[in-house]
Design a protein around this ligand. Structure first.
Ligand SMILES: [Zn+2]
Length: 214
């Protein structure tokens, strides 16, 4: 348990306080980062502990969740969650998947923003990648891409523009949508308003790799 510590969290739905495990920042040891920023750690992976599950009402949320409105709170409290699972301690990938599924269900119940659902789905895809389960990984990558597109077309708030475009490019590439992937990568390379040198370098690298394999 040395890599973990117990953090006090307040539930955004029922208002109760509870403790849940998080990874100590000083123990983060990155071993590898995939092209879509999926990160591997030598010790505990902080991703597994992102979702807080309230043991009182079952609500699953991350620090990116907004407080649900009253009708959403009611919908969440009326939803039948499984309470026989203890999420508070060390988490396996399987337990992290259950926690993320809960967070996605709650985000849907409270009509969370597209960008929130895009991020949750992307993380879920990574968890299945850790297990080597390609089918659900692809399913969640496709869902993530769908929510990123919705956010991009309809919402003002999409976070970092360059990073969002890059992720959309890389998700398209991973899903085999080469034409769309190249559109996103070239947009990053050619758009003068994008100044993030790291992202531009990564977009150029992906684009070159794709041309190299044709
Ligand atoms: Zn609660």
């Amino acid at each position: 348990m040395d890599d973990l510590f117990l953090k006090n969290v307040t539930c955004l739905v029922c208002g109760n306080n509870f403790k849940t495990s998080k990874v100590r920042r000083s123990r983060y040891v990155v071993s590898k980062v995939d092209t879509d920023f999926c990160t591997y750690y030598k010790g505990e992976n902080p991703l597994f502990y992102n979702v807080n599950i309230c043991p009182f009402c079952g609500y699953g949320f991350t620090e990116n969740f907004a407080e649900p409105g009253e009708s959403s709170k009611e919908a969440i409290q009326n939803k039948i969650f499984k309470f026989n699972i203890d999420f508070s301690g060390k988490r396996s990938v399987d337990l992290a998947i259950l926690a993320y599924r809960r967070a996605i269900d709650c985000a849907l119940l409270q009509k969370g923003k597209n960008i929130l659902l895009a991020g949750l789905s992307l993380h879920m895809a990574w968890l299945y990648r850790f297990l080597g389960e390609e089918e659900p990984e692809r399913k969640y990558m496709a869902e993530s891409l769908h929510y990123y597109k919705e956010a991009f077309e309809k919402d003002a708030e999409i976070g970092n523009l360059a990073a969002t475009l890059y992720i959309m490019g890389d998700l398209n590439r991973r899903l085999g949508n080469d034409r769309e992937a190249i559109l996103y990568f070239t947009k990053i390379i050619n758009d003068k308003s994008i100044t993030d040198a790291g992202i531009i370098r990564m977009a150029r690298k992906r684009w070159q790799d794709m041309r190299g394999t044709k």
